[in-house]
Design a protein around this ligand. Structure first.
Ligand SMILES: NC(=O)c1ccc[n+]([C@@H]2O[C@H](COP(=O)([O-])OP(=O)(O)OC[C@H]3O[C@@H](n4cnc5c(N)ncnc54)[C@H](OP(=O)(O)O)[C@@H]3O)[C@@H](O)[C@H]2O)c1
Length: 212
């Protein structure tokens, strides 16, 4: 599959490398290609593009940009390049304006995922992976042999199904379908707990398992 990964940070790099390793045709997108040259030298199967080139390349597009800038980055990617495509949103609306721990810039009756869906109504937004650190996103078996959950939220059932298959290809065993995109309000707000768990456990290689 042709995948466009918007972002140049640790999440975009990790997702791009894993997708390429799995045989996908990946372009990673940034406003500044130079910042990815060093990384690309050891990930030569991944090409670098602008946000627009990256979104145009993808049959599936992943938003791995800073949550505070995601709407702006996606505008640069271009509405026409996102139309009728699955847009996997792994971003979080973290607000570091008062330092650490962060608060949320969107919460309660709205979420960043829903803001993105409203701004790009032709895209099929699927929220997932935002509740785990970058390494766990792509290598879930490295925590408790994969015995923990990732959540998925989307309005489009087929898009959710395709992203579920992608998650399985990363190694995810337990994929919790929360329902429509409004359920991303919960997974985004979970970051308030995640940062505290991170602080208490001194590692990001953690996750939760849902028990009944
Ligand atoms: N780090 C993690 O382990 C983790 C885990 C779960 C979820 N997330 C979420 O995943 C996303 C990516 O996280 P990250 O740590 O890899 O990177 P990040 O530092 O949060 O974001 C870097 C990306 O944001 C873009 N960006 C920043 N300001 C921008 C602006 N004003 N306009 C357009 N684009 C802008 C950058 O574009 P350029 O490339 O052009 O500079 C870059 O691609 C975030 O939303 C984060 O909350 C992160």
């Amino acid at each position: 599959m042709r995948v466009g990964v918007l972002g140049s940070g640790i999440v975009a790099q990790g997702l791009s490398a894993r997708l390429a390793e799995l045989g996908h045709n990946v372009v990673i997108g940034t406003r500044d290609a130079d910042k990815l040259r060093g990384w690309q030298s050891s990930n030569q199967r991944v090409l670098i593009g602008s946000f627009a080139e990256t979104a145009a390349h993808g049959e599936m597009v992943i938003n791995a940009t800073n949550g505070a800038a995601s709407l702006s980055a996606l505008s640069m990617a271009g509405e026409e390049n996102l139309a009728d495509k699955i847009l996997v949103d792994v971003s979080n609306p973290l607000d570091f304006s008062d330092g650490f721990p962060p608060s949320l810039s969107v919460f309660g009756k709205d979420s960043l995922a829903e803001q993105i869906q409203r701004a790009f109504p032709m895209a099929k937004v699927v929220k997932t992976l935002n509740t785990v650190t970058a390494r766990v996103m792509t290598h879930p078996l490295e925590v408790a042999d994969g015995d923990h959950h990732v959540f998925i939220s989307a309005n489009d059932a087929d898009a959710k199904s395709q992203v579920t298959d992608l998650l399985k290809s990363f190694g995810w065993i337990h994929i919790f379908d929360l329902g429509d995109l409004s359920t991303a309000r919960g997974t985004e707000a979970y970051l308030l707990l995640w940062v505290r768990l991170y602080g208490a456990m001194n590692t990001g290689m953690i996750n939760v398992k849902i028990m009944k």
